[in-house]
Structure formats: C-alpha cells, structure tokens
Design a protein. Structure first.
Lengths: 262, 247
C-alpha cells in the first residue's frame, strides 16, 4: 500500500456516499468538466507546446519534429510517437524509473485518439517517399496530478500539435531553430473520461474520486460526432446500456469543448 | 488500425476476403489441460492465431511486499513470440503488450474469487505463438479456460471477441488483412452469465450507429465462443473418464 493510500481508505466511504447522492466534493454535477485553462506556446523552444490546467491537474505537452525513415508499411507517411512522463514532482505516489503501466496506458490512449481521428495529415509529412519523412514526437509531462490525466494530456497534446510547426529542412539538414511550415492538422479529437463509483458514472474525476473508482472509461470523439478511440480500464464492469449512455454523453461534451475552447 | 491503403478488395459479393459472411467467426479450436507442469493450461487456435495459456496458483506471492492481506494478487502476462509475426518481433515486453496485459488482468479480476486466497498469487501466462489479428481476444479467452482448468474458483468464464468495420461494413472477428486495411476494431470481453463488459477498447472511426451495431455483434460473437470454452473443459473430463473408466 502506498503511503497516501491510508488516508484514502478513511475517506473512501465519505466520497462514495457523496457520489451516490449525486454530489461531488467540488460542487460539480456528474457530467461537468472542471474549468480548463490552456496556455499555448508555453515552451517557446519547442515547435509546439501547451500547458493545461484542469482544476489542480497540470500537464505540459511539448512537440518536437525530426526527419527520419518511414516504416516499411507506410513509406509515404510521417510518423507519430507519444510518450508520457509521470515524474515524482506531480505526486508522492510516482517514482522515478522506466515507464509503468499507468504512463504507458495514458500515452497509448492519447496516441490512439490523435492517430485514429486522423488529426494529422500524415501524407503531408512525407519528404521523399520511402526515404525521409517527418517524425512528430509528442511528450507528455504531468506536473501536478489531481485526477483525469488522460483527458488533460489528450487535450494538451491536441492543442500543442495544433499550434506546432515543422523546422526548416535544407540540404539534408534539419534547422531546428528555423520555423518552416505548420504541422498539417485536419481534425481535433476530444477525450472524455468517466469513472464508475459503485453504480454512478461521473465525468472528469478528481484524484480522490479516482482513488475510490471501480472502473474508468475514456471515449474520444471527432468533430463529426464519430467515435475514434475507447479504452476501458480498472477491474469494475459495465452494462451495455451504461456504455451506450456514456458514448452519447461523450459526443455531447465533445461538442461543448469544441465550442468553448477550440 | 493499420489504416494503410490498399487495392485489395476486402469485401466482394457479400463475402469477406477469407470467404466468411459478415457475422461469421473464424474457425476456433480450444483444448484444455495441454501442459504437464502448469496447474492449468489451454491451447487455442482462432483462425491462424495459435495461443498457449498457463495458469498457476494460488501459490506463494513474490516479492513479499506485493502481497495483499485481503486478496490474492492476479498477474497476467501477454507475450508475443519473436517468430509469431511476419517480421521478427523483438523479444520481451513492449508498450503494446504492457497495455494488453493490464487491461486483460483487469478483465479477469472481478471473476476470479481473489478474496478466497489472501496473500497469495494467481498467475496467468499467455504466449502468442502465431499472430493473425485478434490476439488479445484469443489470449484472454484461452486464459480463462486455463484458470478454470487449474481449478481456481471463478464466477464465470470471461470470453472475448471483436467486431470492426471493413469497407463500410460492420463485421465480426477481423482477420489480418481486415485489421491492416480496415477502418475500425472493437474488441470486448464479457461475462456471459451477467452480460457485463469486462474489457473494451476501440480504435478507428465509427459513427454512433455503427458503434452500437458493432457492439451488439461482438457480444453475440462472445456468446458463441463461450460455448466452445465450456465444451473444451467438458471434453477434458470426458477424456479422463474414458481413460479410467466411468461407473
């Protein structure tokens, strides 16, 4: 048991009771996001970056671009790689070392949302087919963990990519300090995560809600109202009706985020 | 999804590239109790997938600090053999297999009576010997048969199956070509007795309506595979009965 878990054991019942009666510790309703603040271009040395503040959760995403070889099965397309760093500065529960399950899962779900929504026009990232393509590296740094890292990371990554540029590429050299074309963006996916506590599903959980959750589901939607990625995690289970209901809500909330923040 | 472009026609005249109908599973063969040393085991063929699962436990939990005083610790390792794919896969865990292992373990945690065996470990090891799309479903389906074969008390046999979208059609159980060139994949795992969803992932793009269609199709697929799981376990005991004579 991790050190801070003991406190949660004591608080668990109180949080459970609250959620059951339709209340939340910060006064939100069950399907409401916290207030979101984006600071785009937070790291000027990075070709694309964004700091997101979602309540007390803070996540910083930086994008870098480099020229590399394409994969054999996609000779005319650029590459995308996403990583997530859960540094101990973000939570007493995080420790240094190779990425664990949690950070791998966050990175892969964010990656899936970007990739499957076809957010980036990968064909336009090709320089010479079969030889040289742009590789976009999205690095997620969690700075303060107060729940719902997946949505925070996903939204910050989408913002960072949307304001990112490619460096200049001349005579086989990447001029990292010179600004070239913008990253070709076609779509902006929105990630929507719910946690299940007993029989209630609530949107955008804070850490104390995540600590008592039975299961979590992340649904990523596109601007056309399509679903492009889903990840269920945690040992709890869902009925079909529950999932269908959350998919509807995710589509609705996706529209709202697009209207208010994009 | 691969999402790669292709000239191959994935669907023609209402049939899929491997001749199946839209709601047809690939041929599946399940055999329980195939390994001598493991407490429980299962060999499963699903199309061209070949998967071997072994279950151990409840047994002593190492390292000791990972013991839980209230329940057994469940571990699940999904591993692809280096020779299982067209290219050689670098041996050892990668990000994909770490994620699959995590969600598969979580899918099993609620059906195994972990609370009966505090401080112990129950371990599942699944090796994908040959991969042909849908390996996470094949692996999880084999894993629950192996757990049952080990005599570990369970509430139900978890079963997994995927549905997806190929050439604008919703189809059951994608094969390799369909996975590479199709546009969506929705693997789920259910507990057939309760109908609860224990695992769900999705990649690709589906409209709201297509999602519901695929969801329902995958659920139906799961129920069909579940019959084969139960049959595999029964067959094992019938065989033992024949060997020792039943009276």
């Amino acid at each position: 048991m991790e050190q801070s878990d003991i406190i949660w054991e004591v608080k668990k019942d109180a949080i459970r009771r609250m959620v059951k009666s339709g209340k939340r510790s910060d006064g939100r309703t069950g399907d409401e996001y916290r207030k979101i603040e984006f600071i785009e271009g937070y790291i000027p040395k990075s070709p694309g970056s964004c700091l997101i503040k979602m309540g007390n959760t803070q996540v910083l995403v930086g994008v870098k671009a480099d020229v590399g070889e394409p994969y054999d099965d996609s000779p005319g397309r650029g590459n995308l790689s996403t990583s997530c760093e859960l540094s101990p500065l973000a939570s007493p529960d995080f420790s240094v070392g190779p990425p664990g399950e949690m950070s791998i899962e966050i990175a892969r779900v964010v990656d899936r949302g970007i990739r499957e929504s076809k957010m980036i026009d990968m064909d336009k990232l090709c320089i010479t087919e079969g030889k040289e393509v742009w590789t976009l590296m999205v690095d997620i740094h969690v700075l303060d963990h107060d729940g719902n890292l997946t949505d925070a990371a996903s939204m910050a990554a989408v913002k960072a990519l949307s304001n990112a540029y490619l460096p200049k590429y001349e005579d086989g050299k990447v001029l990292y300090t010179k600004q070239g074309e913008n990253v070709p963006v076609k779509e902006q996916p929105v990630s929507c995560s719910f946690v299940k506590i007993d029989e209630t599903n609530i949107l955008d959980p804070v850490l104390e809600e995540e600590k008592v959750m039975d299961a979590q589901i992340t649904i990523v939607t596109t601007s056309k109202g399509e679903i492009c990625a889903i990840q269920k995690s945690g040992s709890g289970t869902y009925s079909r009706e529950e999932i269908e209901g959350m998919v509807d809500k995710a589509i609705e909330r996706g529209k709202e985020i697009r209207k208010n923040y994009w | 999804m691969g999402g790669a472009k292709t000239d191959i026609k994935l669907i023609s005249k209402g049939k899929r590239i491997d001749g199946r109908g839209f709601e047809e599973l690939r041929p599946i063969k399940i055999e329980a109790g195939v390994l001598k040393r493991a407490d429980g085991s299962c060999y499963l063929e699903w199309g061209k997938n070949k998967v071997l699962a072994a279950a151990y436990g409840p047994r002593e939990c190492f390292p000791k600090h990972t013991q839980n005083s209230y329940r057994a610790k469940l571990t699940y390792r999904y591993n692809m053999a280096p020779f299982s794919t067209d290219d050689r896969k670098r041996p050892g865990p990668d990000r994909r297999s770490t994620e699959i292992s995590k969600v598969s373990r979580e899918a099993l945690e609620k059906v195994v009576f972990l609370e009966y065996f505090p401080r112990t470990a129950i371990e599942v090891y699944v090796e994908v010997l040959q991969a042909d799309a849908g390996t996470r479903c094949a692996a999880l389906t084999a894993a629950s048969v192996a757990l049952a074969d080990a005599g570990i008390p369970m509430r139900d046999l978890i079963v997994a199956c995927a549905a997806g979208k190929v050439d604008d059609e919703i189809v059951l159980d994608l094969c390799q070509e369909e996975d590479n060139y199709g546009s969506a994949d929705l693997p789920i795992a259910i507990s057939p007795r309760t109908g609860q969803i224990h695992l769900m992932q999705m990649d690709g793009t589906l409209t709201r309506k297509e999602f519901s269609t695929a969801f329902e199709m995958a659920q139906k697929g799961c129920l069909k595979v579940n019959e084969l799981q139960k049959k595999a376990l029964k067959d094992k005991y019938e065989k033992i009965g024949e060997e020792y004579g039943t009276e």
